[in-house]
Design a protein around this ligand. Structure first.
Ligand SMILES: Nc1ncnc2c1ncn2[C@@H]1O[C@H](COP(=O)(O)OP(=O)(O)OP(=O)(O)O)[C@@H](O)[C@H]1O
Ligand SMILES: CC(C)(CO)[C@@H](O)C(=O)[O-]
Ligand code: BAL
Length: 318
């Protein structure tokens, strides 16, 4: 357990030096990557890290590389002081809050980085057809990590730059913090599997740990974007959740007939009750292995996701 309030580090070299100093003393480090506006879901990851590792680093960084220009980067909620209060409420479970200003600012490395941004933005995307907010701003970053198959389905269909942006920023965070463990919530199920696969494929020496979904008392999965929901929209999300729970019940009762999705027409279902294998994320016709039911839907301007793992052993072993 930490003996003092968390240190706030904004500089990536200082962050790396801190980690290396701690590791040289034989300490293990857990990293909890977040985009801030912390809630109990984030704090459950912190608690897990505190159990697994000697020291915990929480990163707070809203990554422009994972948003396309049509997405909600500009209204993504933030409250750094509130985040610090929440972190401190955890009785010193967090050792460092890493809060960099811009992880794509390489001006100190390459002096010619600020020439003709707009041209670089165009050429940086030649032929790819996808542009993130980062490229739109012409930051000069052009290296991307892609987990080619896992990133394609589910959320990847409507958020074409999302997973390469996530895989890239998480790689950068791994290289800066050099943790032993990294914690991701299963609410963002595809993200968790993408990172797990990336770590395996690229031989990062890091154990990726998935954490169960933390829910509000009414069952709604906690999410920073919930703050944008009106009370009516929140009701609609809950009816979507109810159907997810009914699916679980059907499976438990070994009934095979799928239920028809029945979400209010004023909400927009992006994909609903997609049943995929937990690791490959491939669509399953028959449920023969552990699967996960996934939903993504729009409620007004808010896009939310939720899912439920169905572990075949639990349901069919007797
Ligand atoms: N309800 C939750 N339960 C468990 N983990 C969660 C929950 N919500 C978020 N996380 C995890 O916290 C980490 C940081 O997520 P992020 O900062 O994007 O918060 P978020 O609530 O998922 O925000 P958003 O509204 O963008 O989905 C991710 O690994 C994410 O899966
Ligand atoms: C993993 C992550 C911090 C990368 O920006 C983000 O996608 C998130 O908060 O889930
Ligand atoms: N929770 C994942 C971050 C995002 O949706 O942009």
């Amino acid at each position: 357990m930490a003996t003092k309030e968390p240190e706030i580090i904004t500089d990536k070299n200082q962050m790396r030096n801190w980690s290396r100093a701690m590791r040289s003393q034989g300490k293990t480090i857990g990293l909890v990557p977040t985009m801030g506006y912390l809630h109990e879901g984030h704090l459950s990851l912190v608690k897990q890290s505190h159990c697994h590792a000697n020291l915990t680093v929480v990163s707070i960084y809203v990554n422009p590389g994972q948003f396309s220009p049509s997405e909600d980067l500009s209204i993504y909620p933030s409250d750094f002081q509130g985040d610090l209060r929440k972190v401190m409420s955890l009785s010193k479970a967090v050792d460092v809050v890493f809060h960099p200003h811009n992880l794509y600012d390489y001006k100190n490395n390459f002096k010619n980085n600020d020439v003709n941004d707009s041209k670089r933005s165009e050429s940086g995307n030649a032929g790819s057809g996808v542009v993130s907010c980062l490229e739109e701003k012409g930051m000069g970053h052009e290296t991307w990590v892609r987990v080619e198959r896992l990133e394609k389905g589910l959320c990847g269909k409507s958020r074409p730059v999302f997973f390469r942006g996530v895989a890239t920023i998480v790689s950068k965070l791994f290289n800066i913090v050099e943790p032993d463990f990294a914690f991701f919530g299963k609410k963002d199920y595809q993200q968790f599997r993408v990172i797990q696969r990336m770590v395996r494929d690229l031989d990062f020496g890091i154990e990726v740990i998935g954490s169960e979904i933390a829910r509000d008392e009414d069952g709604l999965a906690l999410s920073s974007r919930n703050v944008h929901l009106s009370p009516e929209e929140r009701e609609k999300v809950l009816s979507m959740l109810l159907i997810l729970l009914c699916y679980d019940l059907h499976i438990t009762l070994m009934k095979t007939e799928p239920m028809a999705p029945n979400v209010d027409q004023s909400s927009f279902l992006e994909y609903a009750y997609q049943i995929v294998d937990q690791e490959s994320l491939e669509a399953m016709e028959e449920i023969k292995s552990p699967v996960v039911f996934c939903i993504a839907a729009w409620f007004g301007k808010v896009r939310l996701i939720d899912n439920m793992e169905i572990n075949i052993m639990k349901h069919f072993s007797h």
